[in-house]
Design a binder for this molecule. Structure first.
Ligand SMILES: O=P(O)(O)OC[C@H]1O[C@H](O[C@H]2O[C@H](CO)[C@@H](O)[C@H](O)[C@H]2O)[C@H](O)[C@@H](O)[C@@H]1O
Length: 415
């Protein structure tokens, strides 16, 4: 994944080479031929149509590849790409396996944690509104709504499947609360930021930890912790795309309107950007959806489209991304050009690549990609899934507590 954003024309360019045009010379001269040159309008139109179709098929290919949970990725794995996987793991070893190396690199440095949300702290689920870290009372259905289920449906179900469902629900609740505890513990020891494509308020609703920094809308909406009075960046608020708010609201409405005929498509307003989800769209309709979204995008040249995990991300063309947000937060925390800081960034998506690249460019910090499958990445390490992210965070806390205890003992011994 060398490119962090999938800009539509680039995808298509690699996907198709038109062949049917009989005109002499290059089929797609750039800049386009002036009047009087040996390419007829008809010929050019035919070629452009073909190029458009190529772009679209390229885009659909890219949609297919956009989630490692996609059946194709599983099939590829089953088809025996073990060697490729092993080679990839050698280049991006497990951050758990290399834990000692990672903490050794932090000697004398302040670790600053950056955590993506979806796919990193929360497992990927079909419904973006249900990507909880923890179930809360407000998300639970009122008890009386469960009554019909209890009276009519439950007796019809096999007791065993009821128990299994209950067990899954309980495991889910326990696991998610554990993740919140892990993030809370990490934040006690290291400044910690959540960097997400979601709108800041929504990601806060999921995480519910006031002591963290939040960078929502792919870093375009940054806020420091409300609570901690010790924090250097307390109360910081940075919104570099605020002038785009009316346009984003408009494109959000347009996208809802234009995609309403595509069953399963979901448009999510993330304040400074908009997500168009296709996880629940039948693959046969992906082309139509891509064409629709592209059509709307043509009307908004100040917006661009990138692609995440089964989602199109529409956002302002400003030069701001998760990497810039990482740098902004480091600066706000007083670590600009500071050699004594070790930023650790954990993320699973294409948009996280901007942050991994910043760490590479700075020659500083640890980039960890969350993925079970080989992907092009600028991250140095990998973790397979959110459960491993939690394990990594807990080990970090344990290591910090141990090193503090050791330091205390050494001081006592010296005194
Ligand atoms: O930067 P992130 O925190 O990773 O946010 C990126 C997008 O995440 C969400 O979508 C993804 O997760 C959904 C829930 O698991 C899943 O259904 C969807 O297919 C994924 O793309 C979120 O809904 C988007 O708004 C974010 O932009």
């Amino acid at each position: 994944m060398a490119q962090t954003t999938v800009v539509v024309p680039e995808v298509g360019m690699t996907a198709a080479t038109p062949t049917a045009c009989p005109c002499p010379g290059s089929l797609f001269p750039y800049p386009p031929p002036r009047a009087g040159m040996a390419v007829s309008r008809k010929c050019l139109r035919a070629a452009q149509a073909e190029l458009g179709a190529g772009m679209l098929s390229g885009l659909v290919e890219s949609m297919r590849a956009s989630s490692p949970t996609h059946a194709r990725a599983a099939a590829a794995l089953a088809a025996g790409v073990d060697d490729e996987h092993a080679a990839w793991m050698a280049r991006h070893p497990s951050a758990l396996g290399k834990f000692e190396e990672i903490v050794a690199a932090s000697k004398g440095k302040q670790i600053v944690m950056f955590l993506d949300y979806d796919g990193t702290l929360s497992p990927i689920v079909d419904d973006p509104d249900a990507a909880f870290m923890s179930e809360t009372v407000s998300h639970s259905p009122p008890l009386f709504t469960l009554l019909p289920a209890v009276v009519f449906i439950v007796p019809a179900m096999h007791l065993c499947s009821v128990l299994t469902t209950c067990e899954h629900v309980i495991n889910f609740l326990i696991w998610n609360e554990q993740m919140r505890m892990a993030v809370r513990s990490v934040a006690k020891h290291f400044p910690t930021a959540i960097v997400s494509g979601r709108c800041r308020d929504k990601v806060f609703e999921f995480v519910k930890l006031a002591e963290l920094y939040y960078a929502g809308s792919h870093g375009m909406d940054i806020k420091g912790p409300a609570k901690s009075s010790k924090s250097k960046a307390k109360g910081v608020l940075f919104q570099p795309a605020s002038e785009f708010l009316p346009m984003i609201e408009e494109v959000h409405q347009r996208l809802i309107e234009e995609t309403k005929h595509v069953a399963g498509a979901k448009v999510e307003n993330n304040k400074f950007c908009v997500s168009v989800h296709f996880r629940c769209v039948d693959e046969k309709s992906w082309g139509a959806l891509a064409e629709t979204v592209k059509g709307v995008m043509r009307e908004y040249p100040k917006l661009r489209m990138s692609q995440g995990r089964m989602v199109f991300e529409v956002r302002p063309t400003i030069k701001w991304d998760k990497g810039k947000a990482l740098e902004f937060l480091l600066e706000s925390l007083g670590f600009a050009d500071c050699p004594n800081v070790l930023p650790v960034y954990i993320g699973d998506d294409r948009t996280d690549e901007d942050a991994f690249k910043v760490l590479r460019r700075r020659g500083q910090g640890v980039g960890i990609l969350v993925s079970k499958h080989p992907k092009d990445t600028s991250a140095s390490f990998s973790l397979q899934e959110p459960a491993e992210v939690m394990e990594f965070l807990l080990r970090l806390v344990e290591w910090k507590q141990l090193s503090r205890a050791r330091l205390r003992l050494r001081r006592q011994a010296d005194a």
